[in-house]
Design a protein around this ligand. Structure first.
Ligand SMILES: NC(=O)c1ccc[n+]([C@@H]2O[C@H](COP(=O)([O-])OP(=O)(O)OC[C@H]3O[C@@H](n4cnc5c(N)ncnc54)[C@H](OP(=O)(O)O)[C@@H]3O)[C@@H](O)[C@H]2O)c1
Length: 251
């Protein structure tokens, strides 16, 4: 994709990967709109980046998604990049009684339904532009799940599968479909300690590698894969899926 002169909407733009991507695209001369629930962060980030827009959005609420999409279509008719990045991750104990079904439902609504709903509402606008891109954030864990996160891992595997079909269906339109596959990165997705966990990839390093990859034309399979993601992504093909799965899911 061209890294300048786009109108880019980033969900989950208030923190972590989404915020860092928003800042990287802003610095390269793009019109950037960030979305998330935390108004104080939308205010703080947009105040520090003149011309950046922040719009509140709760992807758990279908009515809010509808109203938000209408506003985007009206206010930003040149929207040509949608980065579906908002996501949540919760551990689940499927041996407990009762099982916390609310946690399961909230992950499915945020990580799957919200993504499909917003994409469906904004695709007509994206298709009107000469060059458009959809980037959806999945995970290493789409390819090798870890057992404390059954629904989270499955939600990302769902998106990986869905994106392949979407890419083929849109191949004769102006819309390219990319999959952002983060490894374990220093954000607060899994709690405050993740942001300084030495086992996680530093956020700035991750974003620098992603921007470098994005500047490469014709990404293989439309996947934005940093080096740290490759062992998981290609575990089956490399014949070491069983070993990686076992090492991450010790009994
Ligand atoms: N960090 C990692 O290790 C890692 C690895 C693989 C994949 N990922 C994926 O990367 C994406 C970004 O995560 P992150 O690591 O940057 O964590 P993060 O800092 O917690 O960011 C999550 C973002 O999602 C937004 N969000 C959550 N629920 C929302 C809702 N109901 N409505 C609207 N926005 C919502 C949050 O904004 P508000 O709270 O303001 O709503 C926040 O901006 C996620 O899809 C995650 O699954 C992360």
């Amino acid at each position: 994709m061209n890294l300048t002169d786009n109108t880019i909407l980033i969900t989950g733009g208030t923190s972590g990967i989404g915020r860092a991507l928003a800042e990287a695209f802003y610095q390269r001369g793009n019109q950037v709109i960030i979305a998330g629930r935390r108004q104080h962060l939308l205010d703080e980030i947009t105040a520090a980046h003149s011309g950046m827009h922040g719009i509140q959005l709760d992807v758990q609420d279908p009515a809010d998604i509808e109203a938000f999409a209408s506003r985007i279509r009206e206010q930003f008719p040149k929207l040509n990049v949608l980065i579906d990045n908002a996501g949540i991750s919760k551990t689940e104990d499927l041996t407990s009684d009762p099982i916390d079904f609310f946690a399961i439902q909230s992950m499915i609504q945020t990580n799957i339904v919200g993504v499909l709903h917003l994409t469906a509402l904004l695709l007509p606008t994206l298709k009107q532009q000469p060059h458009s891109t959809i980037i959806t954030t999945t995970s290493n864990l789409a390819f090798v799940p870890i057992s404390p996160y059954p629904t989270y891992c499955a939600s990302k595997a769902f998106l990986h599968s869905w994106l392949q079909s979407l890419r083929v269906q849109l191949r004769k339109t102006s819309v390219e479909v990319l999959e952002l596959v983060p490894p374990y990165v220093q954000t607060e997705l899994g709690g405050a300690s993740q942001a300084t966990d030495p086992a996680a990839m530093p956020l700035a390093d991750y974003i620098a590698e992603v921007m470098q990859i994005l500047s490469t034309p014709n990404l293989p399979h439309g996947e934005i894969l940093v080096n740290r993601s490759k062992a998981y992504r290609f575990a089956e093909r490399n014949g070491d899926y069983e070993q990686i799965f076992a090492s991450r899911n010790e009994k």
